[in-house]
Design a protein around this ligand. Structure first.
Ligand SMILES: Cc1ncc(COP(=O)(O)O)c(C=O)c1O
Length: 393
């Protein structure tokens, strides 16, 4: 079989299983309304949760940094790419997250990969939730540590594993703060306790909680009153979702930062971020401090849209956040609903395995601060119509 035959056959197989993925053409800035595949629609699947991606202060900061420092950082950080903005941003992120130190990575995916594989290895064990993000899963695989998966948010099952496992050198618990496809929270207080009781390190990926949860937008740890340096050993977050820029960071102790600079391959062997991304992230931290209205508007919009879905008889369980899954179960039905919603002027991507477990395909709505009430009401009308056509409500 030639390579071309192989690719063709695999793609046909994916199409037959309703697992085929393709890229949609997005036009315009990432706002509440965009053109998707040539149609103007209300976007309800963006991670620009606070609407900051087009905020004038972020754009001005990115433009100023580009004018002053150029478009590209031109090397990895350990070679010649560690421009001055990194130091300032890392100091600010450490303060924002109430930790000793921060280290900026190029993406959240790379941060999870690079941290887990640097912290544990052969002879160690990593425990992770059954619904952990793919980048945590891939970090576990890459690490060569023994990987143990516990049922979603099942603290007792995790404790049983921690109790019975002996003989490992180091133990790491790696979980999401807000689960990316379900919108529910990790039981952080229980996990912090278990990590202390059983001498395991705790790593929290707060990609979807940062900027949103907690009084200051400090994230899941702040929400639970656990944003002190002793509670969570390692926290990861992305700059590319609520924070409206690009890149990611790890926060923790000074020695963790120094260790990762020396040992984390996805930190070491990659190009430094563009100055514009670093400058925009710095501007975001100011906006988070000075403009709490974005967070408030997000929560108000969330309440309005969630209540609207519930009035239509659509459950958003188990979500506690701005990520709202509406279960559609079947892959074909999910994608048909997604296409129909697009025709009706709403873009909400259908989510299928392997992103979620088999039999749990869904429409995953994300509400943002950028939506108006009119956007959300129009979207609810479209959702009602599409669901009535595909499955009587
Ligand atoms: C929970 C979680 N962790 C990590 C990532 C990866 O972050 P990034 O997009 O910065 O690579 C994502 C992004 O989708 C995510 O949902």
């Amino acid at each position: 079989m030639t390579m071309q035959d192989f690719f063709g056959r695999e793609l046909e197989r994916l199409k037959r299983k309703d697992s085929y993925r393709w890229l949609r053409a997005m036009e315009g800035p990432p706002e509440a309304r965009m053109r998707v595949d040539g149609r103007e629609v209300i976007v309800l699947c963006s991670s620009n949760y606070l609407g900051l991606a087009t905020h004038p202060r972020l754009k001005a900061a990115a433009i100023e940094a580009t004018e002053r420092l150029g478009v590209c950082s031109a090397a990895s950080r350990l070679i010649a790419g560690n421009n001055e903005l990194y130091r300032i941003l890392e100091e600010r992120l450490a303060v924002f997250k109430r930790r000793e130190a921060a280290l900026v990575f190029s993406t959240g995916y790379m941060a999870n990969l690079g941290v887990i594989s640097a912290v544990v290895g052969d002879g160690d064990v990593v425990y992770t939730d059954a619904l952990s993000h793919a980048s945590i899963v891939d970090g576990c695989r890459l690490s060569r540590a023994t990987v143990k998966i516990f049922p979603h948010n099942d603290v007792d099952a995790l404790e049983d594993l921690l109790k019975s496992d002996t003989g490992f050198r180091r133990r790491l618990i790696a979980v999401d703060g807000v689960y990316s496809m379900d919108g529910d929270l990790t039981p952080l207080p229980d996990l912090v306790k278990l990590s202390k009781d059983y001498d395991a390190l705790l790593m929290l990926d707060d990609a979807h909680g940062t900027g949103i949860l907690g009084e200051r937008g400090g994230g899941t740890a702040e929400h639970f009153g656990l944003d002190d340096p002793d509670a969570v050993d390692i926290e990861i977050g992305t700059l590319g979702k609520a924070l409206g820029s690009f890149g990611a960071y790890v926060v923790g102790s000074r020695s963790l930062r120094e260790y990762l600079i020396n040992r984390s391959r996805s930190f070491i062997f990659t190009c430094a971020l563009a100055p514009s991304a670093l400058a925009a992230a710095l501007a975001t931290l100011d906006v988070l401090d000075e403009e709490p209205a974005h967070r408030q508007r997000l929560w108000e919009n969330l309440r309005h849209f969630r209540e609207g879905l519930h009035r239509l008889g659509l459950s958003t369980e188990p979500s506690a956040t701005h990520i709202l899954p509406v279960m559609t179960y079947d892959r074909q039905r999910t994608m048909a609903l997604c296409e129909r919603l697009l025709e009706l002027g709403v873009f909400c991507q259908g989510i299928r395995p392997p992103t979620v477990p088999p039999g749990t395909s869904r429409l995953r709505f994300t509400v943002t601060a950028a939506h108006t009430r009119a956007d959300l009401d129009r979207a609810l009308e479209a959702v009602e119509k599409a669901f009535r056509e595909f499955a009587p409500l």
